[in-house]
Ligand binder design. Structure first.
Ligand code: A2P
Length: 310
């Protein structure tokens, strides 16, 4: 289908269910990818992060798209994220991202990971201990970082606030800390080999929209070669990526395929209505092929996802 549905966040704002991922989108390519998505496809949602180190180009793509007159800022949903080294400098991180992006607000700001790095470590983003491990800040607490998020939402520079890479126990810990604002979204790795039933159900029960990153299996899109995905693609006469993207859309989840290739960005803006039995097949794919988490950086912290193995 050529129009992309939206769902309501707990702020009342609408978030488009398909967005363009920009993690690992190289400089020199991502400006044009964003411009293409916003002007040549129905995609109106761009997912960025400070740590991707390409926000300036993402912003140039947004500006170029607006300059064509085909889209307005208010038509576009932009997300960015606060990396663990900024856990106690949320406003500073947001301001730096806004400057990079050339925007005066983002539609959604996320805690990138539920951990804190030493803000005065030997590297501004990835500080390391003498042993070469992640230099964690023992004073970090999700509740304290969240309080800063609540404060920046009130400035209007972040229209909604949420989290990323939060497992059920970590999200529960945050909610139990007595939040004033419930997170609007939880962005997690999600695809049929990592269905995350528990976190999806918990998020939904609290009105938290789930956003799926690495929906194709990340670099090289390995899930596209799964024989069941290929079979379904043949059945519906669509590219395999459309099956993986449609699974999320049919379930009312946001999906964030990353591509810098125009033809793929166009493909990834398409979705189809799947039959119930095929949704069940996708729900159960990990029972057949095993659970596979692809993005699992070794931060030296137990993030409490049931499947997380280093
Ligand atoms: P590229 O950016 O070079 O087009 P994920 O969204 O799971 O992180 O997957 C991203 C990877 O999948 C990238 O390597 C991207 O390559 C590739 N990719 C994105 N869309 C498609 C598609 N429709 N068909 C094949 N590969 C794709």
């Amino acid at each position: 289908m050529s129009s992309i549905p939206t769902v309501k966040l707990n702020t009342g704002a609408e978030i488009p269910l398909i967005g363009l991922g920009t993690w690992q989108s190289d400089k020199g390519k991502v400006r044009d990818a964003v411009l293409y998505a916003l002007t040549e496809t129905p995609i109106r949602h761009i997912d960025a992060a400070y740590v991707y180190l390409n926000e300036e180009e993402v912003g140039q793509g947004i500006a170029a798209a607006i300059a064509t007159g085909k889209v307005k800022r208010s038509d576009i949903f932009v997300t960015t994220k606060v990396f663990p080294a900024f856990h106690n400098r949320v406003q500073e991180s947001l301001d730096a991202s806004l400057k990079n992006l050339g925007l005066d607000y983002v539609d959604l700001l996320l805690i990138h990971w539920p951990i804190g790095f030493n803000p005065k470590g030997n590297n501004p983003l990835f500080p390391k201990t003498a042993e070469g491990k992640a230099d964690l800040d023992p004073t970090f607490s999700v509740a304290a970082t969240w309080k800063q998020f609540e404060a920046v939402q009130k400035t209007g520079k972040a229209k909604a606030i949420g989290v990323s890479n939060f497992s059920t126990p970590v999200l529960k810990e945050l909610l139990d800390s007595g939040v004033e604002i419930v997170p609007a979204a939880n962005q997690i790795e999600s695809h049929p080999l990592l269905p995350g039933e528990e976190i999806n159900a918990f998020s939904k029960a609290h009105g938290i929209v789930v956003e799926a990153y690495s929906p194709l299996g990340s670099t090289g899109a390995p899930l596209l070669e799964n024989p069941v995905i290929e079979e379904l693609a043949t059945k519906y006469k669509v590219p395999p990526a459309t099956i993986l993207i449609s699974w999320h859309v049919n379930k009312g989840r946001v999906v964030l395929p990353k591509s810098v290739t125009p033809s793929r960005i166009k493909t990834n803006a398409e979705w189809i209505k799947l039959e119930d039995e095929d949704i069940v097949t996708l729900d159960k794919l990990s029972e057949k092929f095993g659970t596979k988490r692809i993005v699992k950086p070794d931060w030296g912290v137990d993030l409490k996802f049931p499947d997380w193995k280093q």
